[in-house]
Design a protein around this ligand. Structure first.
Ligand SMILES: NC(=O)c1ccc[n+]([C@@H]2O[C@H](COP(=O)([O-])OP(=O)(O)OC[C@H]3O[C@@H](n4cnc5c(N)ncnc54)[C@H](OP(=O)(O)O)[C@@H]3O)[C@@H](O)[C@H]2O)c1
Length: 351
């Protein structure tokens, strides 16, 4: 049995929140004590039903005040967008907040919100921590961990490659601008481009960890078009429209790129793309150019039949959940990855 258990509220039950319900139910380190939902059709249902498991005895409600008043050690906060006032209210009530929805490392973009969160932590004697697979792990925790065994770092380069048709919800096709005219796509704001302040936190975390100063972050965007109609679950991407996108964000240090992120989202392979981009499977690839040059690739396990499941939502949720015990046990405050150090996940070995 665990030394101590942690009473947890699941705040919203989307893809990430459902991983939370399953984990808090399976892992004896946690007690699921409340579940808040936004969607009316989820109200009154057992949390297990929402997460595809058996009954948990915890009934979902959309009464935020009642859930916030529940006695709990931590809220696993996973709505679409973090509402700073709500998080501060939870922190002031003495509940720790761990989230995949929020900012996780101090940068100028999140200065005001960060100050509000720090003040609420101090008032409530509680802690705040945010994480995810990327940003929040693959592009910051992992490169810094690799740098631990380097003797010189010339460049850190991180590739996120996602096959949208097999490894993302189908709504990502429209939402990310696939199927648009190429020139229109390249001239308009993109969802990933709007996320640059979130990824810039990861760059800042590496820079802080390595003790260097980022002068600026530059951005580049390229697109490939479909050479034929590409069918998907909800329709067809027409030939000639955007079928792949490659965002490059570079953190410049002393006039040269030190940290470079590539976000590559594809709906097809080289046979159906112009230009014939061949980025391979969904994965995270981290390369440290320096002494010694070092590479790490993270992807799901490839089965004997060659198929591979991408555990993106599990990785995202668990990057945060596994920190809950350390966050609850730490002195109050906004705890970044650098503050927490090496997180010690509890209850993962369950034989
Ligand atoms: N850093 C990373 O690696 C990473 C990766 C993936 C996701 N994320 C972040 O993690 C968070 C959760 O992701 P997700 O994939 O679980 O999102 P999601 O599937 O879109 O679900 C979020 C949930 O928020 C609730 N919601 C929907 N509309 C709402 C509204 N207007 N007001 C308040 N709540 C609303 C819904 O809850 P109910 O269904 O319970 O009603 C919804 O299911 C997001 O902020 C996402 O950006 C981070």
């Amino acid at each position: 049995m665990p030394d101590r258990t942690y009473r947890v509220i699941q705040w919203m039950t989307g893809d990430v929140g459902q991983v939370g319900i399953r984990h808090f139910t399976e892992n004896p380190v946690y007690d699921l004590v409340g579940v808040l939902v936004h969607s009316k059709d989820k109200v009154g249902r057992d949390a297990g039903d929402l997460a595809g498991i058996g009954p948990t005895g915890v009934i979902a409600t959309d009464d935020a005040e009642a859930v916030a008043a529940t006695d709990a050690d931590c809220v696993f906060y996973t709505p679409v967008i973090m509402d700073v006032d709500t998080v501060c209210r939870l922190l002031r009530s003495g509940k720790n907040v761990v989230t995949t929805s929020g900012f996780f490392h101090p940068t100028a973009h999140f200065r005001d919100a960060g100050e509000q969160v720090r003040a609420a932590c101090a008032d409530g004697g509680a802690s705040f921590h945010a994480a995810g697979i990327h940003p929040g792990y693959a592009g910051d925790v992992l490169p810094l961990t690799l740098a631990r065994v380097a003797s010189r770092v010339d460049k850190v380069e991180v590739w996120e490659v996602v096959n949208v048709l097999t490894d993302a919800p189908v709504d990502h096709i429209d939402w990310m601008g696939f199927g648009k005219d190429r020139d229109k796509f390249l001239s308009e704001p993109t969802i990933l481009g709007l996320g640059v302040p979130f990824f810039a936190q990861s760059m800042q975390m590496i820079a802080d960890g390595l003790g260097v100063h980022i002068d600026e972050v530059t951005a580049d965007l390229q697109a490939a078009t479909a050479t034929e109609d590409i069918p998907h679950d909800e329709g067809v991407l027409p030939r000639g429209t955007v079928a792949a996108q490659h965002h490059t964000w570079s953190a410049m240090v002393d006039g040269a790129p030190l940290i470079v992120y590539h976000a590559i989202y594809l709906t097809a392979g080289p046979d159906q793309l112009d230009p014939p981009w061949d980025w391979g499977r969904t994965r995270y690839r981290i390369v440290i150019d320096g002494d010694p040059p070092t590479e790490l690739t993270m992807h799901g396990l490839v089965a004997a039949d060659g198929t591979m499941t991408h555990p993106g939502y599990t990785w995202t949720a668990m990057a945060a959940i596994n920190a809950i015990p350390d966050v609850c046990d730490a002195p109050p405050g906004w705890l970044t990855h650098l503050d927490l150090g090496l997180v010690q996940p509890r209850g993962l070995v369950r034989r």
